[in-house]
Design a binder for this molecule. Structure first.
Ligand SMILES: NC(=O)c1ccc[n+]([C@@H]2O[C@H](COP(=O)([O-])OP(=O)(O)OC[C@H]3O[C@@H](n4cnc5c(N)ncnc54)[C@H](OP(=O)(O)O)[C@@H]3O)[C@@H](O)[C@H]2O)c1
Length: 275
């Protein structure tokens, strides 16, 4: 697989993380290129990873097996229109990591029935612990699916969706998800402070508790519901806290929050597609 050439369109944070992950995972650096308009960013990428960079999008995709759209969502239409012909002539795969941009729109901007994989990574990808959902259109071959998977696996876990229509729900869950956990950490720190703990103590205890809990949940065969019940002794402290949260409607709030995020993802997709 790593004999394939990957061209990144856009050399920002996400492209840098993907290139970094691929290089450290053994992908030959000669098989990677990045197109980026800003000279400063090109120099930085070349210096950090030894990767070939260019300001020209069409040059980057020439003879590449896959073009990764790693620009801001609002820039995808311009870049897709620019590279469409080269991608068509070569039969390259197009992978888009742009949040909210729908596969039929990308295909329309490319100008032909292109093989397109839409990926929805999340921010922890920037530290190699992302969770990415992928959806392929019917033009994508099995080999191209494997290629798309290898690229996103460089920054964390990947899974396939059976249908792109699930992407707005994924955006609400794992795309926006890091913000929910950050909010929870923020609230725990604030509440701990009001109980009289100093800031350094609340920060350290909050972060290590979050990390340890995620590690335990990942390593355990049990689901979070069972794990929670096991640490909630009848008559104990945790039971009191959980009862307050349930009485305050935490379940309904989370349901409403995810539905609002999902609906906004659908709206953004329409706006980006020009509807
Ligand atoms: N960061 C995340 O955690 C995250 C998570 C999920 C999805 N994503 C998606 O990943 C994509 C990239 O995000 P990012 O955080 O890496 O953004 P970013 O740092 O802004 O990177 C985008 C890069 O593309 C460059 N660019 C702009 N116009 C271009 C053009 N016409 N041709 C080629 N390159 C161009 C930008 O250059 P200038 O700076 O000069 O404009 C910038 O360096 C976005 O679509 C985002 O939705 C990101």
């Amino acid at each position: 697989m790593n004999s394939k050439t990957i061209a990144f369109l856009g050399g920002g944070n996400m492209a840098a993380s993907l290139v970094g992950g691929l290089v450290s995972g053994g992908w030959p650096v000669a098989q990677l290129r990045v197109a980026e308009p800003l000279a400063e960013k090109r120099q930085d990428l070349a210096a950090r990873f030894g990767v070939y960079t260019t300001p020209e999008n069409t040059e980057a995709v020439t003879e590449a097996d896959v073009a990764v759209l790693a620009v801001k969502p609002q820039q995808v239409s311009t870049v897709a229109r620019e590279i469409g012909k080269a991608v068509m002539d070569q039969g390259s795969l197009v992978v888009s990591i742009a949040a909210g941009v729908r596969e039929p729109d990308i295909r329309r901007w490319l100008g032909f029935e292109a093989p397109v994989v839409r990926a929805m990574p999340n921010t922890p990808a920037l530290v190699g612990s992302g969770a990415t959902a992928l959806a392929a259109n019917p033009h994508v071959t099995t080999e191209q699916r494997d290629l798309a998977e290898s690229i996103l696996r460089a920054v964390g876990m990947v899974l396939w969706l059976s249908d792109e229509s699930q992407m707005d729900a994924v955006t609400a869950l794992s795309g926006s998800g890091p913000a929910y956990f950050f909010l929870l950490m923020e609230l725990l720190e604030e509440a701990g402070g009001r109980l009289g703990l100093d800031q350094q103590t609340t920060r350290l205890l909050t972060l290590e508790t979050a990390f340890g809990t995620a590690k335990m949940a990942l390593e355990s065969p049990e689901g979070p519901d069972d794990l929670r019940r096991r640490v909630t002794s009848p008559g104990g402290t945790t039971e009191q806290a959980i009862r307050r949260l349930e009485e305050g409607g935490i379940r309904g709030l989370f349901q409403a929050a995810l539905e609002a995020a999902r609906d906004r993802a659908t709206e953004i997709g329409k706006e980006l597609g020009g509807e």
